[in-house]
Design a protein around this ligand. Sequence first.
Ligand code: SF4
Ligand code: SF4
Length: 439
Amino acid sequence: MKTEFSLAQLADPDIAEADKILRACVHCGFCTATCPTYVLLGDELDSPRGRIYLIKEMLEKNRPPTQEVVKHIDRCLSCLACMTTCPSGVNYMHLVDQARARIEKDYTRPLTERALRAVLAWVLPRPGLFRLSMMLARLGRPLAALLPGSEVGSVSPTLSRRIKAMLALAPRSLPAPGAAGGRVFPPLGPRRGRVALLQGCAQQVLAPRINQAAINVLTRHGIEVVLVKDEQCCGALTHHLGRDGDALARARANISVWLKEAEQDGLDAILVTTSGCGTVIKDYGFMLREDRDFAGPAAKVSALAKDITEYLSGIDLRRQLQQHGDIVVAYHSACSLQHGQKITQAPKELLSKNGFVVKDVPESHLCCGSAGTYNILQPDIASRLRDRKVANIATVKPDMIAAGNIGCMVQIAGGTSVPVVHTIELLDWATGGPRPGLS
Ligand code: SF4
Ligand code: SF4
């Protein structure tokens, strides 16, 4: 794609990057076929190619974002299916991230929307506040029925529709908090390695059992696990809301504490059980590439970051003799894992090797609609995608559904009675831990 940035514009490293990405696009349109919003809405402006044109216009002409641009960028899930499909290697992720940051800086949203986004950006990365908000949401759940829904086919959600979606996502009960930062879990037997485990923010409130399962599997196989003290939310949530100042501050804080830990006691890896977070941590090196003090350390952290299944693929897991061989598991491939990190086989192979009958889900490239805060901000598109995902899952008649991302787990569980568990919970069970999905 031909671009017409001026030399002055190209002096800005972000614009130079956008220029490089835009020039790679040959506007072939292959990406449209796998884009969930294009598949649902059929509008070219809700396809990757359409959005690329909108972003090009905005950046090239240095125009403030228009309402039209914001509408179509907001509808993008950042699922990155387009990146998997693109034959030209267009880095849509870095382009849309830049567009979101520009919108956040230069576009004034209606007051109610600004307030909602500010609340999400403040509450979600803070587990204490998130826990409190979930308790309040639980009390507010009966009110959800009184709030008006959307017209059939609506893709322009009202505030009440978004609040309704938020209340619907609140769990009926909350588990007790998991282990706190600063704890070290020694290996059972001789130490073969030492890793940090990302504590996460929403996940540690909604499902601390996931990281507990990871700790069980790792320590059982000789890996010491540390929950690094003073670690923060990875910044993914605010990054996807375009609030880069907040996201980068969190990235810098995490880099500092992780590398301090690595220097003191050594770290073979920083493990992540929430693939949405893993994708962003693996991108810290890019996000901080222009930061004189943090570019090198950020690249180091990105190289250390691994999805839990990526790491466990290098370990010979000791399967316990258990009678679970006939359990059919539908493996839901989270977008951040399959498209963001290109991890497609490792989770399925680990599950198969450990005795589960693993089934691929039809249309597995299509997002379930969770996408960070998307299911709150775009609840109607999100619920259509969830229903489509759940219907596809049902065709393989699973006993359980496994996924590697808490956002997907909550989203899919909202549409099915089949237990939805994390891949690591099944691996914990297979190697001597408790059976998941019973609580
Ligand atoms: S598939 Fe790639 S090159 Fe083709 S239009 Fe989409 S982004 Fe551009
Ligand atoms: S990230 Fe997903 S929703 Fe956004 S343009 Fe690409 S395929 Fe479509």
